[in-house]
Design a protein around this ligand. Structure first.
Ligand SMILES: Nc1ncnc2c1ncn2[C@@H]1O[C@H](COP(=O)(O)OP(=O)(O)OP(=O)(O)O)[C@@H](O)[C@H]1O
Ligand SMILES: [Mg+2]
Length: 144
């Protein structure tokens, strides 16, 4: 998705993405993909930026996502004060997806100052990985 955007966009797009495969359930992965996708959509649609950055960093117990641009920005305080009255669904959808993932979402933007979206999502151990592997411990005991 980022490659595609980098090819078709006039702006310089940089990214730095850690390997996060296997840290989340399939549903969570889809939500994370959609989060990044909407951030990129908004850059393409609204920012008129010359540069954008996408980072996904793996920390001990969470991943941190940054989607940033140096474009025209908007009044994030006004947006945060009354998200329900806004015309678009993208940012409120991002907030909702982050809530589903038990994460944190912040918008840092101001007119003329670019936009930085930060999303932090705790990694989770999937319940099925906590279940004992059926039969394996018995076999091991017999072998020793
Ligand atoms: N990267 C950005 N640069 C400049 N303005 C932005 C950026 N992202 C969002 N905005 C502003 O915030 C508003 C709300 O964004 P949101 O994604 O919620 O709605 P939308 O993009 O207008 O519509 P939708 O996402 O439903 O197609 C936008 O209309 C735009 O004015
Ligand atoms: Mg949008």
């Amino acid at each position: 998705m980022i490659n595609k955007m980098a090819q078709s966009s006039a702006s310089q797009i940089d990214w730095d993405i850690d390997e996060v495969g296997g840290l989340f359930s399939k549903e969570a992965e889809i939500n994370i993909f959609r989060l990044v996708q909407e951030g990129l959509n908004n850059i393409a649609k609204h920012a008129a930026a010359t540069a954008a950055t996408i980072q996904i960093q793996k920390r001990d117990t969470k991943i941190e996502i940054l989607v940033a641009d140096n474009g025209k920005g908007f009044d994030a305080d006004l947006y945060s004060a009354s998200p329900a009255t806004q015309k678009g669904f993208g940012l409120s959808g991002m907030a909702e997806r982050t809530r589903i993932l038990h994460g944190a979402f912040s918008i840092d933007s101001a007119p003329g100052k670019g936009t930085r979206l930060r999303i932090s999502i705790p990694t989770c151990i999937e319940p099925e990985k906590l279940k004992p592997q059926r039969g394996s411990s018995n076999r091991n005991q017999r072998g020793t």
